[in-house]
Design a protein around this ligand. Structure first.
Ligand SMILES: Nc1ncnc2c1ncn2[C@@H]1O[C@H](COP(=O)(O)OP(=O)(O)OP(=O)(O)O)[C@@H](O)[C@H]1O
Length: 651
C-alpha cells in the first residue's frame, strides 16, 4: 500500500484543538494515558492467547518500554501487546470510540472555545486517551503490527494533530519484526523536559506504579567529564523495571497508599474525582478471590439505565478476563467500580458461564456484603461524635453525599435482594415533616414515635413541596406525628417490598382508611362515628353524582383545613404511580380513587344542607373531586368543564 492521507472524524479534530489549547495545566497525564493503552493492549493479547497461544510468538513476556532519543527529541512508548492492523489504526486512531466523549465534543460550539480552560477540565472527565499525546508532541508516529499478522503487514501512522490545518493523518504499510505498538512523540519546544529519564520515572511512579506489567527504561549512569568538564548522566544499554509491576490488588494492604488506591480508581473508572470510599480484601474459604471495590463520589449521567454496563473488571489469577462483569454485582449496586480476581474460575470463562457458576454466586454475595458494610461504615461516621477520632471525623457528611447521588438506586435493592433487605432498610434515608433533607433513617423515626403510635407513616409525591402540603398530612400535623416524605420515582415500588421495619409496619397516609389507633382519643372517635351517621345521606348523593370518577365516598378524620382528598384502597396502586406509568406510555387499568370528605369543612356542610337533586349540587360535587385531584398534583379529566363550573360559582 502506498501512503494514504485520511481526515480525522470531525469530533477528533475538535478534540485535538481542545487538547492542544487547554490541557496545559496538567501536561504530564499524557504518559499515563499512553502507558494505560499499552497495558490494555497487553491485556487483550494475553486474553486472546488463552485460545491461540501462537499469538505470543517467541515473546511471551508482555512489557512496556519507555525510551528517549535526546538527539531526535523524541519519547517512545513501546508495547508488545495485541497491536493494530492497518484498518484498526485508521479506525481507532482517527475516530473517537467512546460515545460519551464524542457527544461531549460535538456539543462544543465555536464561541465556547474562549473558555477552553474550563472545557479542558471537563474533557478530563471523559479521558482523552491517545490524543493526549498531542499535549506535548507536535507530531506523533505510531508503528504497529497486529499479533498474528506477518511482519510485512505492519502499519505506520503519522499525524501532526491538525497543526498544519488539514486535520489529517497518513498511513502506510511497513515491515515490523516485533508484534505490538510503538508510539513516538516528537516533543514540542516547550516539552523538552520529558526527555529527562528522571522526570519520566517520577511520572510513572506517580500514575502508573499499579500497572501489573513491567515498565522498562534504560538505566542511566553517571559519567565523569573529561578534564576540566563536568560529568553527566548517560543512557546505557541495560533496561530496568521502573514500576512495581505487580497488580495493585495483589499487594499487601500495608504497602498501598491512599494515593495509589485513588490513582488506580481513576484508571479503571475514567472518573476524574477521587472515590468516596473503597474496600480491599482477600477472601479465603471455599471460594477464593480478591476484591477491590470503589464507591464513586458522583453518579454517572446514565445511572438510571438498568442495562448500563456494570463497573467490575474480572481477572482470573491476575489475567484480565473481561470488563463489565455484570454477574459479579447485583443491578442495584451497578455504580460500584472495581476489580475481582478469582483463583477458582477457569481462564476461558464466558459471560454465559458466569451466570451459572456457583463460585460466581458466592463472589457476588461476598461483594454485595462488602459494599453494604462499606455503606454502613459511611453511615456510622456521617455525623461523628465530638470525641470521635480524626479518622472518623474525616468521614463526616460522606454518607449524605453518597445518598444524594445513589440513594434512589440503592432502594431498588429492596425489591431485588431479599436476603439483604433488612440491612438495606437501615441504610434508607428520607425527608420528613421534621426534616427537609433526606436524613431521617427508619430507626431515627422509630425512636421519635409518639406514645401509642403503631405505624411508620409515609407519603409519596412527585415533589417535596407536593408531599409537604398534601391534605392527607393535615391530621398528622395537627397531632404532631412525623410523616416520611418520599419523592423518588422508585419509592412507591420499593416500599411495596418493605412492609415493616424492626417490627413496626409502614403505612402510607394516602392509602386505605386512616386509622390512627391509640393516637385518637375516645371523644374524637365518637365524633367521627356520629359524623359518619349524619353524613350518610349526602355521601350517598355524592357517590351518585361522582359514580364515574370515585370508587367510594366517605367521611374522614384525616383532614383539618381541606374539604376533601383522594385516597386509594388499602392494596391499590397510588394515583401518583398510576399517573407516572401512564405518562411513561403504559396502559393502566382505570382504577378509581376513594373521595374522602372532611365533615368539619364549611363546603362539605353546605353540601349536606343542600338539595342533592339540584344542578348546583352536581357541580359542587365535581368541583370537590377535581380540587382534591389538583391538590395532589393531578389534572381533572376535563379541565375546561372544571373551569366552567368554578366560573359559574364566581359570577
Ligand atoms: N498501544 C496500543 N496498542 C493497541 N491498540 C491501541 C494502542 N493505543 C491505542 N490503541 C487503540 O486505539 C483506541 C483508541 O485509544 P484511546 O486511548 O483514544 O481510547 P480508549 O483507550 O478506547 O479510551 P480511554 O483511553 O479513554 O480508555 C483504543 O481503544 C485501542 O483500540
Amino acid at each position: 500500500m502506498t501512503k494514504q492521507t485520511l481526515s480525522f472524524q470531525a469530533e477528533v479534530a475538535q478534540l485535538l484543538h481542545l487538547v492542544t489549547h487547554s490541557l496545559y495545566s496538567n501536561k504530564e497525564i499524557f504518559l499515563r494515558e499512553l502507558i494505560s493503552n499499552a497495558s490494555d493492549a497487553c491485556d487483550k493479547l494475553r486474553y486472546e492467547a488463552l485460545n491461540s497461544p501462537a499469538l505470543l510468538e517467541d515473546a511471551p513476556n508482555l512489557e512496556v518500554r519507555v525510551s528517549v532519543d535526546k538527539t531526535a527529541r523524541t519519547l517512545t512508548i513501546t508495547d508488545n501487546g495485541i497491536g493494530l492492523s492497518q484498518q484498526e489504526a485508521i479506525d481507532n486512531l482517527g475516530t473517537i470510540a467512546k460515545s460519551g466523549t464524542r457527544d461531549f465534543v460535538s456539543r462544543l460550539s465555536g464561541d465556547q472555545k474562549a473558555q477552553a480552560d474550563e472545557q479542558g477540565q471537563l474533557i478530563g472527565q471523559f479521558g482523552v486517551g491517545f490524543y493526549s499525546g498531542f499535549i506535548v508532541a507536535d507530531k506523533i508516529t505510531v508503528e504497529s503490527r497486529r499479533a498474528g499478522l506477518p511482519a510485512d503487514q505492519a502499519v505506520r501512522w503519522v499525524s501532526d494533530g491538525g497543526a498544519s490545518g488539514g486535520g489529517a493523518f497518513e498511513v502506510e504499510n511497513i515491515t515490523r519484526a516485533a508484534r505490538g505498538t510503538s508510539v513516538t512523540l516528537h516533543l514540542r519546544e516547550d516539552a523538552q523536559d520529558y526527555l529527562s529519564a528522571w522526570k519520566l520515572k517520577g511520572i510513572i511512579n506517580k500514575y502508573s506504579d499499579h500497572i501489573s506489567l513491567p515498565i522498562l527504561m534504560q538505566k542511566e549512569e553517571w559519567k565523569e567529564g573529561e578534564e576540566g568538564k563536568g560529568g553527566e548522566m548517560v543512557t546505557t544499554d541495560e533496561w530496568e523495571t521502573v514500576n512495581q509491576a505487580s497488580a495493585l490488588w495483589t499487594r499487601p494492604k500495608k504497602d498501598i497508599t491512599p494515593e495509589h488506591y485513588a490513582e488506580f480508581y481513576k484508571q479503571i473508572s475514567h472518573d476524574h474525582e477521587a472515590p468516596l470510599a473503597y474496600t480491599h480484601n482477600r477472601v479465603e474459604g471455599s471460594t477464593e478471590y480478591t476484591q477491590l471495590l470503589y464507591i464513586p463520589s458522583k453518579a454517572p449521567l446514565d445511572l438510571f439505565n438498568r442495562d448500563k454496563a456494570a463497573g467490575i473488571k474480572l481477572y482470573v489469577k491476575r489475567v484480565f478476563i473481561m470488563d463489565d462483569a455484570e454477574a459479579l454485582m447485583p443491578v442495584y449496586l451497578r455504580f460500584v467500580k472495581g476489580v475481582v480476581d478469582s483463583s477458582d474460575l477457569p481462564l476461558n470463562v464466558s459471560r454465559e458461564l458466569l451466570q451459572e457458576s456457583r463460585d460466581v454466586r458466592a463472589i457476588r454475595e461476598g461483594c454485595t456484603k462488602r459494599v453494604l458494610s462499606m455503606l454502613e461504615d459511611l453511615a456510622k461516621n456521617n455525623r461523628p461524635a465530638d470525641d470521635a477520632s480524626e479518622e472518623d471525623k474525616a468521614g463526616a457528611g460522606k454518607y449524605d453525599k453518597f445518598y444524594a447521588e445513589f440513594g434512589a438506586v440503592l432502594k431498588e435493592g429492596l425489591g431485588e435482594d431479599f436476603a439483604n433487605r433488612e440491612r438495606l432498610a437501615k441504610l434508607l434515608r428520607y425527608a420528613s415533616t421534621s426534616s427537609d433533607t433526606a436524613s431521617v433513617s427508619l430507626a431515627d423515626y422509630k425512636a421519635r414515635m409518639k406514645e401509642g403510635q403503631e405505624a411508620i407513616y409515609y407519603i409519596t409525591a412527585d415533589t417535596l413541596a407536593g408531599a409537604k402540603n398534601s391534605p392527607q398530612l393535615e391530621v398528622f400535623k395537627k397531632k404532631g406525628i412525623e410523616v416520611l416524605l418520599m419523592t423518588d420515582r422508585v419509592d412507591e415500588w420499593a416500599l411495596s417490598h418493605l412492609h415493616e421495619f424492626d417490627g413496626t409496619p409502614l403505612q402510607s397516609v394516602a392509602r386505605g382508611a386512616v386509622d390512627l389507633g391509640k393516637l385518637q382519643d375516645d371523644a374524637e372517635k365518637k365524633a367521627f362515628e356520629e359524623a359518619s351517621e349524619v353524613f350518610k345521606p349526602v355521601l350517598a348523593k355524592l357517590k351518585d353524582a361522582l359514580k364515574d370518577k370515585a370508587e367510594d365516598v366517605r367521611v374522614t378524620s384525616r383532614l383539618v383545613d381541606s374539604p376533601a382528598c383522594l385516597v386509594v384502597q388499602e392494596h391499590g396502586m397510588s394515583t401518583q404511580l398510576a399517573r407516572m406509568l401512564r405518562q411513561a406510555g403504559q396502559t393502566m387499568p382505570d382504577v378509581k380513587p376513594v373521595l374522602e370528605v372532611n365533615p368539619e369543612h364549611p363546603l362539605v356542610k353546605k353540601l349536606a344542607a343542600g338539595d342533592g337533586a339540584s344542578v348546583h349540587f352536581h357541580d359542587l360535587a365535581n368541583i370537590l373531586f377535581d380540587q382534591a385531584l389538583l391538590a395532589e398534583g393531578g389534572l381533572p379529566d376535563d379541565p375546561a368543564a372544571y373551569v366552567k363550573r368554578v366560573n359559574a360559582l364566581l359570577v
